[in-house]
Design a protein around this ligand. Structure first.
Ligand code: FES
Length: 223
């Protein structure tokens, strides 16, 4: 019988060393006014939690526990409510991230179209595993769930901003080069491709897929 007292995955430290000092942990009057406006737009203060966390992430760069608590206190909601939301979404950063966060989707459509190949290629190219940041602080790789662009899989998102669709290793090379020069990819709006021409040669046939998608769905490329 399974030992139910055994810890399956490590629980987060309940009292980690704060990253920000008490003096830093304050909202300006203008930010407080924005939070009050958000609160007023919902039937209960909990409704404003996502916008509140977003505001805090823009201000502090990421959301360690003391920042999540600051948001909860300002909105007048339970810390657990804010913590639950912040830790559910990969878009909220719980630790300091690189300047560019590469969110590689490996959910169903992207996985079937080579999402893991793209993830592992990036890991190899940047010399880090998913969840890690390059030593120069430029890039963090995250593996994420569906970002709603399944029709142009495989895809990734850069720092909660532009999407890069129909990924190939060549596109990843070009993306990393341009980010190193400080150039974000342009925002591109795509609809579901209507014909082969629109796919721009990115669709692989089933026969090719058998050969092409050989990477196992685990991050073991970088040793
Ligand atoms: S599965 Fe990747 S965007 Fe939907």
């Amino acid at each position: 019988m399974a030992d139910i007292t055994k810890e399956i995955s490590p629980l987060p430290d309940r009292t980690p060393e704060p990253v920000f000092s008490k003096d830093e942990l304050v909202f300006t009057d203008e930010e407080k006014a924005r939070l009050a406006r958000y609160k007023a737009q919902y039937p209960t203060p909990e409704g404003a939690v996502m916008r509140g966390l977003w505001l805090a992430q823009e201000k502090f760069g990421f959301l360690p526990p003391e920042v999540i608590r600051l948001v909860a206190d300002e909105l007048g909601i339970a810390y657990a409510q804010a913590y639950g939301v912040a830790t559910f979404y990969t878009q909220y950063y719980k630790k300091k991230m690189g300047r560019y966060v590469l969110d590689v989707c490996t959910c169903f459509s992207c996985q079937l179209c080579g999402g893991y190949d793209m993830l592992h290629y990036l890991e190899e190219k940047l010399g880090i595993h998913k969840g890690e940041t390059t030593e120069d602080g430029l890039f963090t790789i995250q593996e994420v769930e569906c970002l709603g662009a399944c029709g142009s899989a495989p895809m990734l998102q850069v720092t909660n901003g532009p999407y890069v669709h129909n990924l190939t290793t060549e596109k990843l090379d070009a993306l990393i080069d341009s980010l190193r020069e400080g150039r974000m990819p342009p925002f591109v709006s795509v609809t579901l491709p209507q014909d082969e021409q629109e796919l721009d040669g990115n669709r692989r046939s089933d026969a090719e897929a058998t050969e092409a998608y050989v990477t196992p769905p685990v991050s073991e490329t970088v040793k």
